[in-house]
Design a protein around this ligand. Structure first.
Ligand code: SF4
Length: 214
């Protein structure tokens, strides 16, 4: 008689060994990338991070690593993978999406249902200056009031590339949507997240929107 439990046990053991092996290789590759600033096999790293996303999230948090550590590495890998594709897209076919939480509490921008928050360049935050910078390169900027607005903007503007700013969770969710839509993108993490007056490195955004073929 076939020993079903024996076979199941064997399958589970082999699966477990494979997962541990994948993890060890990924840890080695990530450590190498962090040390040398050279990324080896980003597609493989991303595959493992996506495949083991929830267990890895729990594990890294239990180990005392920064919250969102896995999302940040995933975002870095995606940025690396899509760099070349993004660099080929003309500026006028790119859009930049900013979260509305970057604004100041007393921001006078008015919400337009089709265009998002309309910055008046009051100077209270860095968004006005960034919009001027992007306008010079014909890159459309949207201050996003919420997730459903992003879908609307993509439908309306049909961008060929999207650069987005957000917290690690938002960036991960957005990157999965972009992958599905086959739109190259680049995610820039907020330096201080939250619901109001978040912070970002504006120079990083300027560099990201200007990525071009050498
Ligand atoms: S610069 Fe624009 S987005 Fe920033 S607070 Fe002023 S109006 Fe609002």
């Amino acid at each position: 008689m076939i020993d079903i439990f024996g076979i199941l046990g064997l399958i589970l053991t082999v699966f477990f060994i494979l997962v541990v092996l994948l993890l060890l290789i990924t840890i080695l590759l990530v450590s190498y990338s962090v040390k040398t600033k050279k990324v080896l096999f980003p597609g493989f790293i991303l595959f493992v991070l996506d495949f083991l996303y929830y267990p890895l999230k729990i594990l890294t948090e239990k180990l005392g690593l920064r919250k969102g550590y896995i999302d940040m590495i995933s975002n870095d890998m995606r940025n690396f993978i899509y760099y070349k594709e993004l660099s080929k897209i003309p500026f006028e076919n790119r859009i930049l999406l900013l979260p509305q939480c970057l604004r100041k509490r007393d921001c006078p921008a008015i919400l337009d249902s089709m265009k998002g928050f309309q910055c008046t360049n009051c100077g209270r935050c860095g968004i006005g200056d960034l919009i001027n910078f992007c306008n010079e390169k014909s890159i459309n900027v949207f201050i996003v009031p919420g997730g459903s607005f992003v879908k609307k903007v993509i439908k309306l503007t049909r961008p060929k590339a999207i650069i987005g700013v957000g917290c690690h969770i938002e960036l991960r969710e957005a990157s999965l949507v972009l992958e599905y839509l086959k739109i190259p993108g680049r995610g820039i993490n907020l330096e201080k997240d939250g619901c109001v007056e978040t912070k970002v490195n504006y120079e990083k955004i300027k560099k990201a929107v200007l990525i071009a073929k050498d």
